[in-house]
Ligand binder design. Structure first.
Ligand SMILES: Nc1nc2c(c(=O)[nH]1)N[C@H]1C(S)=C(S)[C@@H](COP(=O)(O)OP(=O)(O)OC[C@H]3O[C@@H](n4cnc5c(=O)[nH]c(N)nc54)[C@H](O)[C@@H]3O)O[C@H]1N2
Ligand SMILES: Nc1nc2c(c(=O)[nH]1)N[C@H]1C(S)=C(S)[C@@H](COP(=O)(O)OP(=O)(O)OC[C@H]3O[C@@H](n4cnc5c(=O)[nH]c(N)nc54)[C@H](O)[C@@H]3O)O[C@H]1N2
Ligand code: SF4
Ligand SMILES: [Mo]
Length: 693
């Protein structure tokens, strides 16, 4: 048996036990019971990793396009020849347009610090364009740190000591199963109540004692009305607020008009349910608010995160064990990535490209090109933009450009790889060394190489090193080291040991002490106070500029205090429905759509629609429906489901584009306009029309 960490883009970062079989194969993968957060539980898709690592469709040989883009005709090539070709194309592009014409596009297919972030070493050494990572965390982290000043919180294991667990805007059963482990422990051992706040009856909501069903993009209204009731009924912790917050009196007077009646009209939750929820969290001081990402994927998502967080602060729950609001612990790890990323060469003045606006950038929109030259050469690692990025028609049109050279380093022939000029096969996590940090907990977990890769695939690290050599930067900082040497360096600088000690210990638990974690020595702003009045365009402590592109979107519309702001893509006469594109249980972003058991579980692309809406449109269960907006349209099958409010439709994904009739995926419908105040993509905030197909 071997020990590892799940590399996928999931807040749980589970500690794994892997059965190692003869012949360099793996058997069952289990959660490590000795890890206090994983607690022996992992999701079904990773338990069956043997299906993915031994998949017959895995890429094993470098391929060079031999036909039109996307035609599917390839010539096999040696790895050396493919790398030579990439280097030659990059140099030619740079000679014609300057180094900023090259975009090394990556994201979080693996979360390992060596294999994921090493691509930045090549970027900085060469002076290629900077990438702004806006897909996922931006709206959530911004909203959270505006309030607290830091991206951390009470020990998530404390959930088991709560009397009430509020699971807000995360479908944890599907997307981070370990939250449920600890929440259900609280219910079993202490009779804790579990409340779930979502926009449809998710697998998580199905397990809830209290179900709060909102209209998409209205969490701010709900939170304000709950706070209104807390103040009105004397359930706000005024002593705590006076000591730990910036302006409780201002907040209270601002909330005077944010009544439950006002909120019901916006969010759809009946007054009585708003009041009952307020009384529950107002009188249950050990309430743990587990704030997810999903509810921030709205154009007003940062405001809504800050409002939900503010509600937790008003109750004073942070004072209590088992109480407080937790979103992510990303600030506690502090592993120094400066060497693996070659940070000494980082130049924030070089052109930034926003990963969410890749379609606009590749189709030459000046604003998205951000003052720089056209993008004419790319290496894409760990991401599948032709599937996952908004405004998909533009992404695909851009990737098809004849004057753009695209190399994709992948494990499978994804939607993006299909459009490449060169495809390089990549190793999987059990075949290379790396180290991982858990966003949803407090561990750093080692993932050493446990099996040999098949002949053919190379790791991200190997590809970056080989390109560094060919492009003349192999002598720059961070190059020429092995993954283990990088891991030793990062751990050593943090005083945490090295690869070898982690091999023995498996992980390190970095949870700060109770008072620090609960902000009882003060919040992380200079004055120690929580901000009910955020400085929206100031500098939140986490994720400081120049890591990002500066204020964007309609910042002038952001409210002074927690509020509902109507920045969302509201329904209108032509587009009467609001669409959310929530993660499915058996896929992980665009990954696992290739494994037979995940595919079988998910069936086919489906649109969940309220039976009364379906009836009004003459749509029956299982019938084909067409949905669309100004960005495009696509077909799928209807599933009649009363789990959401009328006017809301849900599509769980991400399905490969090829799973849809026309070969275009769900992100055909989603928009790439920047959200205030620091950008980010609003994947669940899309208006559409729906008809019978
Ligand atoms: N199985 C599986 N696991 C995953 C992923 C996956 O695709 N599949 N993705 C991984 C990644 S990259 C991430 S970032 C995390 C994300 O995990 P989560 O934090 O769970 O975020 P989402 O899954 O985007 O959305 C969670 C829920 O928010 C709901 N939601 C959407 N809009 C609103 C709203 O306005 N208000 C409220 N209250 N709820 C809303 C959605 O319907 C969904 O049920 O999960 C990771 N884990
Ligand atoms: N409609 C809609 N769109 C969404 C979302 C949504 O909820 N709805 N969620 C958004 C979110 S939160 C995110 S984070 C993004 C995620 O978007 P991506 O990061 O693009 O998605 P993943 O499928 O996690 O990973 C991409 C690829 O990395 C590859 N990969 C894995 N490990 C390795 C490796 O070691 N080396 C190499 N070279 N490749 C590897 C996988 O095979 C996979 O094809 O999608 C976003 N898009
Ligand atoms: S995908 Fe998430 S829940 Fe599943 S094993 Fe990986 S970290 Fe754990
Ligand atoms: Mo994500």
């Amino acid at each position: 048996m071997g020990h590892s960490a799940c590399p996928h883009d999931c807040p749980s970062t589970c500690a794994l036990e892997v059965d190692l079989l003869p012949g360099n194969r793996i058997g069952r993968v289990r959660g490590d019971a000795a890890n206090s957060y994983t607690a022996g539980v992992i999701c079904a898709k990773v338990a069956r990793y043997a299906e993915r690592i031994g998949h017959p469709g895995r890429l094993l040989t470098p391929l060079v396009r031999d036909g039109a883009k996307g035609e599917g005709r390839w010539k096999e090539a040696s790895f050396e020849a493919a790398l030579d070709l990439i280097a030659e194309k990059f140099e030619r592009a740079e000679a014609a347009h300057g180094a900023e014409t090259v975009w090394l596009n990556y994201y979080a297919g693996t979360m390992g610090l060596v294999q994921r972030d090493g691509i930045n070493r090549l970027r900085h050494a060469k002076g290629y364009s900077n990438q702004f990572d806006s897909f996922c965390t931006n709206l959530a982290w911004t909203g959270f740190t505006m309030g607290t000043g830091a991206l951390r919180g009470p020990d998530p294991r404390e959930m088991a000591k709560s009397d009430c667990v509020v699971i807000w805007g995360t479908n944890a059963v599907s997307t981070q199963v370990n939250v449920m482990t600890h929440a259900i422990r609280a219910r079993k051992e202490r009779g804790a109540k579990i409340a779930v706040i979502d926009i449809y009856d998710t697998p998580t909501m199905k397990q809830a004692d209290i179900k709060i069903l909102l209209r998409p993009g209205t969490d701010g209204a709900f939170a304000c009305a709950v706070m209104h009731v807390l103040f009105r009924e004397g359930l706000a912790d005024r002593d705590y607020l006076n000591e730990f917050s910036d302006d409780p009196a201002g907040l209270e007077s601002h909330l005077k008009e944010r009544t439950p009646q006002w909120a019901e009209a916006i969010c759809g939750v009946p007054v009585a349910e708003i009041e009952a929820f307020a009384r529950l969290v107002g009188t249950t001081k050990r309430t743990f608010f587990r704030l997810g990402y999903g509810f921030t994927r709205q154009r007003n998502g940062a405001v809504n995160m800050h409002a939900a967080l503010s509600l937790a602060v008003v109750t004073g729950c942070y004072r209590h064990e088992g109480g407080g609001a937790f979103h992510s612990n990303s600030d506690i790890f502090r592993l120094d990535k400066s060497l693996v990323e070659g940070r000494s060469g980082f130049d924030p003045r070089l052109r930034w490209l926003d990963q969410s606006r890749i379609g606009r950038a590749l189709t030459g929109e000046a604003e998205a090109l951000n003052g720089g030259p056209p993008v004419t050469a790319m290496l894409i690692q760990n991401t599948n933009p032709a599937n996952v990025a908004p405004e998909q028609r533009k992404v695909v049109a851009g990737l098809r450009r004849e004057d753009l050279f695209v190399a994709v380093h992948e494990q499978f022939m994804t939607d993006t790889a299909q459009l490449a000029d060169v495809v390089l096969p990549a190793t999987m996590f059990l075949e290379h060394d790396d180290i991982y940090r858990g966003g949803g907990h407090q561990h750093i977990v080692l993932g050493p190489r446990l099996v040999d890769p098949p002949e053919g695939p190379r790791s991200n690290h190997e590809v970056i090193e080989a390109l560094g050599q060919r492009l003349g930067v192999a002598d720059k900082p961070g190059f020429g080291m092995t993954p283990r040497a990088h891991i030793d360096w990062m751990l050593g600088k943090r005083g945490l040991g090295d690869f070898k000690s982690f091999r023995a210990e498996k992980w390190a638990d970095l949870q700060p002490d109770f008072e620090t974690a609960h902000f009882l020595k003060g919040f992380a702003h200079q004055d120690g106070r929580f901000r009910f009045r955020p400085d929206w365009t100031g500098t939140p402590a986490a994720n400081k500029p120049p890591e990002r592109m500066g204020p964007q979107g309609p910042v002038e519309q952001l409210p002074e205090f927690p509020d509902h702001v109507e920045l969302i893509e509201s329904a209108d006469a032509e587009h009467p429905f609001r669409l959310a594109t929530s993660p499915s249980r058996s896929f992980l972003n665009s990954s696992f759509a290739e494994t037979p058991s995940s595919r079988a579980k998910e069936g086919r692309p489906v649109l969940m629609i309220h039976p009364e809406d379906a009836q009004a449109l003459g749509i029956a269960e299982g019938e084909r429906v067409k949905l669309g907006n100004q960005r495009g349209d696509l077909c799928m099958h209807a599933r009649l489901d009363a789990g959401q409010r009328r006017g809301v439709v849900i599509h769980e994904g991400l399905w490969p584009n090829s799973a849809f009739e026309g070969g275009e995926g769900i992100n055909t419908l989603t928009g790439a306009d920047s959200c205030a105040p620091y950008g980010g993509a609003a994947f669940h905030d899309t208006r559409v029309w729906v008809r019978k197909a």
